[in-house]
Ligand binder design. Structure first.
Ligand code: HEC
Ligand code: HEC
Ligand code: HEC
Ligand code: HEC
Ligand code: HEC
Ligand code: HEC
Ligand code: HEC
Ligand code: HEC
Length: 428
């Protein structure tokens, strides 16, 4: 340790004597070869090293010894933009740019332990996407968290910043997996995914094709990502079919974006709009759909591809029939006073955007928990409805049926059964 400090001191002295930024870069490398050798090796392997983009280009020259580490700058996306304006601008128009803001728009987020949000080992680990405002940065620092300043290192990780790595579908896996968005699991076990792996293993003739996440979602080097339906799988205008329209309205009420009694748009709709969570008109929806169809048509007949995507839309309508019935069953319990409205719910109505699973810190002695039936409703929407329709788009039969549709049917049965029992109990 002591010799390390002497080393650090003599390094600093050397730097002071040399002065000048190119040399400052060498100084950083010299000391960090001892402090964090793997990091230096990574940087040396990057294109940046060959282009004189050194440690101090990104971290400044304010820190030059072991004692002034706090002066090192942690670069945000604006720094990358100085040399990569095209990717920065494209990224800023896409959905990834809303990751942090949409996370913070969810009420439950603010009850979750900070380690899971600002600390980045839960919701915040995946939602560290998007250019943060000064206020968002200040809030994070005030809570004692220093990192997660940059979203450009989420696909091509620091310090190799490799384009090849970002083109590997595994670059998306950490975030696009699991409970409510298992795109990795669906794609990797679909014919598209297995063909990709077969091709990589050399088991297909040379030149054989297979689509990756990037082929369909970030084509031609774009950094702007958008899909027609988006995550919540609701959109405007309402469908023409009266039953389908009524079902969508029930779902919009349970998302809190329409008032459960008047049906009028609420303030939550404005929040949802501001982070582009739902497509609000046919034109913006169709634009994304047409782009996707053009991509499928590189390898399939357009009519084949269209039939596949239309089926995804159709299953969503059928899933919404089940969903609306479940919501109305639970809503009746609220109306009859069998369930008491939890504090923080906007209306005396189920509120699935509360994401109650996250509300750990909300449990105090006066809080007897969200009703079990609400929890099933939440699971039906976020886990099973997501799978039922996302699996159609990612061509995965098992997720579509066993993990999706079939589980929704089970949830609905359970909800109806429980509601009956709760009502009988209440009347006693
Ligand atoms: C004399 C040794 C030394 C020199 C020279 C040096 N560093 Fe460091 N640097 C350190 C040590 C030690 C740490 C780790 C401190 C810790 O983890 O507590 C560090 C940490 C950092 C950090 C992380 C900051 C943070 O908030 O976590 C960055 C970035 C950094 N150095 C960049 C640079 C750059 C750029 C230069 C050149 C301008 C440089 N270093 C020169 C020793 C040095
Ligand atoms: C192209 C820009 C760029 C270059 C060049 C660069 N860094 Fe970084 N570095 C980053 C980014 C981005 C972060 C992550 C900041 C964040 O999200 O908080 C980071 C984080 C760090 C950290 C703190 C996190 C950790 O993993 O320890 C250290 C230390 C660090 N860099 C050292 C270095 C050193 C040493 C060099 C030169 C060998 C270097 N950096 C070159 C962009 C760069
Ligand atoms: C001072 C200018 C500069 C800054 C700042 C800078 N870069 Fe670069 N970057 C370059 C140059 C030059 C190249 C090499 C271009 C080439 O070979 O076509 C490059 C290449 C890249 C590549 C492609 C590497 C490959 O494998 O082909 C990525 C990805 C990248 N940079 C990301 C970033 C990120 C992320 C940041 C911010 C943390 C950043 N850069 C900051 C200049 C910069
Ligand atoms: C494993 C990574 C991961 C974790 C953990 C995670 N999310 Fe997400 N979240 C995502 C991804 C990926 C999407 C986009 C999924 C899609 O479109 O299918 C998303 C979408 C969302 C959306 C919708 C955004 C929109 O505009 O459509 C909200 C809101 C959200 N997450 C909130 C949360 C909250 C709150 C938590 C913590 C309880 C959380 N997320 C935890 C990765 C994650
Ligand atoms: C969601 C993943 C993802 C994020 C986040 C991301 N990139 Fe990329 N980036 C990619 C992919 C994929 C490629 C490869 C594109 C290709 O080869 O066509 C790439 C390539 C690049 C390249 C190399 C371009 C070239 O033609 O050589 C640069 C530079 C770059 N990105 C900069 C950035 C910057 C700056 C940010 C942040 C504003 C960023 N990226 C954020 C996925 C991402
Ligand atoms: C063959 C093309 C294709 C591939 C490969 C693909 N997707 Fe998709 N993805 C789609 C289509 C089609 C949709 C639905 C678009 C719409 O709403 O019309 C979609 C939707 C999405 C959504 C929005 C929510 C949802 O699931 O419907 C996310 C997020 C997503 N994909 C991520 C990924 C990730 C991550 C991968 C790789 C693991 C991937 N996709 C692979 C075609 C693809
Ligand atoms: C660090 C986590 C992370 C990584 C890595 C990541 N994403 Fe995402 N992605 C998210 C989050 C979070 C969202 C939701 C953003 C929001 O809140 O609007 C999202 C949204 C999306 C959407 C938009 C879905 C919609 O609502 O229309 C697509 C498409 C997508 N990602 C594709 C990709 C692809 C392809 C990759 C890999 C190249 C990738 N993502 C890598 C976290 C990530
Ligand atoms: C880069 C080429 C490529 C792209 C782009 C592509 N596919 Fe495929 N797709 C394939 C290949 C190759 C197969 C396997 C051939 C087979 O099933 O006989 C396949 C298979 C399929 C299958 C049949 C799976 C099965 O179980 O038999 C469907 C459905 C499908 N693709 C739909 C789509 C849709 C929808 C899109 C656009 C969102 C799309 N594909 C984009 C290459 C592609």
């Amino acid at each position: 340790m002591r010799s390390f400090i002497y080393g650090a001191l003599s390094c600093a002295l050397l730097c002071w004597l040399m002065a000048g930024s190119a040399l400052a870069g060498d100084l950083c490398v010299e000391c960090h070869t001892k402090v964090s050798p793997g990091q230096v090796q990574d940087w040396q392997s990057s294109k940046h090293a060959g282009e004189d983009v050194t440690c101090s280009t990104c971290h400044g020259e304010g820190h030059q010894t072991a004692d002034d580490v706090q002066n090192a700058q942690l670069p945000d996306e604006a720094l990358c933009a100085e040399c990569h304006e095209e990717q920065f601008t494209s990224f800023s128009h896409g959905k990834h740019n809303f990751g942090w803001t949409s996370l913070n728009a969810i009420p439950g987020t603010h009850y979750a332990p900070d380690e899971l949000i600002e600390g980045g080992r839960g919701c915040g680990g995946c939602h560290n996407m998007g250019i943060k405002t000064e206020a968002q940065k200040a809030e994070q620092l005030a809570k004692g968290y220093h990192y997660q300043t940059n979203s450009c290192d989420e696909c091509h990780t620091r310090h190799s910043f490799s384009r090849k790595e970002a083109n590997n579908p595994k670059a998306c896996q950490q975030c696009h997996m699991g409970y409510d968005h298992p795109q990795w699991e669906m794609w990797s076990s679909s014919k598209h995914g297995t063909r990709y792996f077969a091709q990589k293993a050399g088991d297909l003739p040379e030149g054989a094709v297979a689509p990756t996440c990037q082929t369909c979602h970030l084509p031609d080097g774009t950094h702007e990502n958008h899909t027609a339906w988006g995550f919540l799988g609701v959109r405007l205008p309402l469908p023409e079919d009266p039953q389908a329209a009524a079902d969508r309205v029930v779902i919009l009420k349970a998302l809190g974006v329409l008032h459960p009694e008047t049906g009028a748009p609420t303030a939550i709709l404005d929040a949802v709009k501001s982070v582009d969570m739902v497509r609000l008109d046919q034109v913006s929806w169709q634009k994304e759909r047409d782009k996707m169809l053009a991509t499928c048509s590189q390898c399939h007949a357009p009519s084949y591809a269209k039939e596949q995507l239309d089926m995804g839309d159709a299953i969503l309508t059928k899933a919404d029939r089940l969903m609306a019935e479940a919501i109305e069953t639970v809503a009746a319990l609220y109306k009859e006073g069998i369930i008491t409205k939890p504090e923080g719910y906007p209306y005396n109505y189920p509120f699935i955007l509360a994401m109650m699973h996250t509300n750990g810190a909300n449990w105090d002695e006066n809080f007897d928990g969200y009703s079990a039936i609400d929890q099933i409703l939440f699971q039906m929407y976020f886990k099973h409805r997501m799978r039922a329709y996302q699996a159609f788009f990612h061509v995965n039969p098992d997720y579509a049926y066993w993990y999706g549709w079939s589980m929704m049917v089970q949830d609905l049965g359970e909800i109806k059964h429980m509601a009956k029992a709760m009502r009988a109990d209440h009347q006693k």
